[in-house]
Design a protein around this ligand. Structure first.
Ligand code: 2AM
Length: 523
């Protein structure tokens, strides 16, 4: 009796020490995984500063949970036209209702909003909404919200250190936001990662368009042999690329710069100016800049943006191609006033990387773009042009796993004769029944434009039936026009074939997003 009492008293010391730590919840609304990885990283950092910190998705939180929190940091991206990311929608709905909303009087909070200034008025809108709603519900803002542009790393750092010290000292401070932001993208990492990429040999480069096409789309294959790397369909591949030497030489000569002068590299090392411009810096905007605008020392390079690896949606399943990863890449080449412009990454892969040569690659986990875990669920995929990439991967995966669910693919491009990407494999999937249904839209084979959404609308009744059977709906490709038009067509189908009002269709689509049945990979 005595001994056990003694033990229990001793044991109570350690929980007491625990309670001295300040609790900190870092809640994230994440679409592509950036907010999520950032939240997790900051939770680790906060823990090392002595907070009892945890990161949690907004989809795992109830408003009632918040009432019990003392310190809440919100990190959220913005999606589409100023919308909440899919995993934040139901949380937002539940704190945004009058009457049933929680009282957050005891909560200290701050918001970090991730966004893209190209979106103008809707820039960081999801973060702005959460920020003002938390204030309305009585929570105390300890640090002003920070709105980040695409390269958010520096601003996130400034925000988090200000928030951590404000919470540590209990004081409110203001954040001096860094205007010039270092180009760092946060990615979720596997063994090899963005900082330590795997040197993957190019093992395939096949033209997917026939002669006469106005496009040049390539099937690109890398070997992963010896890397131990693995990926899931839906993920993206980060690829390190180099600038075109001819473009760099043209810049050097237009500005009378000495190619051999010594230049500083982003990591602090040195190389010849020519080598530095080819391998380490973005130079596109220098192409066509007034001659002699740049000084004839190599110092100006340090003001250039560091050459960034590019992300491509993976076009293969590792189950169908062990130790390989495939991409579907549209080579970008166009003329402006007689000057040839080329996409840096796409022409690096199409033209400049030789077979057998290696380039650094890493995987970017995309949890927001996943096949249903229930293999019996139907899947609808809309992927015109290079938007086919993840759906070739999905179909290979569905075939390899023997998934029983139905598969429906919408593919489109300019002309059937020259632009039917992965034609043989797709036709074989129709014949073997992997593809339950295929609808193609070749926009330039007839007078009037026929697009993927034209085909969706024609098949409205069947589309509606699949949706009611619980189909997951995926869109990949052009964000500016295609994805918007497809979204409008989806709403129209729910109204016409489903007999819903416009508002009901919006709610139906919101519900699909909430249950991750509407996923997009658009660019
Ligand atoms: P177009 O170039 O003939 O207009 C892949 O690039 C395919 O997408 C092409 O057939 C292209 O047609 C088509 N496309 C262009 N704009 C589109 C849009 N708003 N919605 C859907 N497809 C579109």
């Amino acid at each position: 009796g005595l001994i056990s009492r003694g033990e229990s008293q001793g044991a109570s010391l350690s929980p007491a020490a625990e309670t001295a730590k300040k609790p900190l919840l870092i809640a994230f609304g994440s679409q592509s995984g950036n907010a999520e990885s950032l939240a997790k990283r900051l939770a680790r950092e906060a823990a090392s500063r002595g907070f009892a910190a945890r990161a949690a998705g907004l989809d795992s939180l109830q408003p009632a949970d918040l009432v019990r929190e003392q310190n809440v940091l919100l990190i959220t991206s913005t999606w589409g036209e100023g919308d909440m990311p899919d995993n934040a929608i139901s949380f937002w709905d539940s704190i945004n209702q009058n009457g049933s909303s929680p009282k957050l009087d005891g909560v200290k909070y701050s918001v970090l909003a991730l966004g893209d200034k190209n979106y103008g008025e809707t820039f960081c809108l999801a973060g702005k909404k959460l920020d003002s709603r938390f204030a309305e519900l009585g929570a105390t803002r300890v640090i002003e919200r920070v709105d980040c542009d695409v390269e958010f790393d520096e601003q996130a750092k400034t925000w988090s250190s200000s928030v951590f010290s404000a919470l540590e000292t209990g004081s409110a401070a203001s954040v001096a936001v860094v205007a010039e932001v270092a180009p760092v993208v946060v990615v979720e990492e596997t063994g090899y990662n963005k900082k330590n990429p795997f040197p993957a040999p190019l093992i395939g480069n096949v033209a997917l368009n026939a002669t006469g096409s106005s496009k040049d789309t390539r099937h690109i294959a890398f070997s992963l042999a010896g890397s131990g790397l693995d990926y899931e369909v839906g993920d993206a591949l980060g690829v390190y690329v180099k600038n075109c030497p001819e473009v760099v030489d043209a810049i050097l000569s237009a500005h009378s710069l000495d190619p051999q002068s010594e230049a500083t590299l982003p990591d602090g090392g040195t190389a010849s100016l020519r080598e530095a411009l080819i391998s380490s810096y973005e130079v596109r905007h220098l192409h066509g800049v007034t001659p002699n605008h740049l000084s004839n020392t190599a110092d100006f390079v340090t003001s250039l943006r560091k050459l960034q690896p590019r992300l491509y949606s993976i076009a293969s399943s590792i189950k169908a191609h062990p130790e390989e990863v495939h991409l579907c890449v549209g080579a970008v080449r166009y003329d402006v006033h007689g000057v040839q412009h080329k996409g840096v990454a796409s022409t690096f892969l199409a033209d400049r990387l030789a077979l057998g040569e290696t380039t650094g690659v890493f995987f970017h986990v995309a949890k927001h773009f996943r096949l249903p875990t229930d293999l019996s669920k139907p899947v609808i995929m809309v992927g015109p042009g290079t938007g086919i990439a993840p759906f070739r991967a999905f179909l290979e995966e569905r075939e390899a796993t023997g998934a029983s669910g139905k598969n429906w693919l919408f593919f489109g491009d300019q002309r059937r004769a020259t632009d039917f990407l992965y034609h043989d494999q797709i036709i074989e999937w129709v014949q073997t029944g992997v593809l339950t249904r295929l609808d193609t839209a070749f926009s330039r084979d007839q007078e009037e434009k026929i697009y993927v959404q034209t085909r969706m609308l024609t098949a409205a009744a069947e589309m509606w039936q699949w949706l009611e059977e619980g189909a997951h709906f995926y869109v990949c490709g052009d964000a500016k026009r295609m994805a918007k038009d497809v979204d409008a067509a989806l709403h129209e189908i729910i109204q016409t074939a489903g007999g819903r009002t416009a508002e009901e269709a919006i709610a139906y689509v919101a519900d699909m997003k909430k249950y991750k049945r509407y996923q997009r990979d658009v660019y």
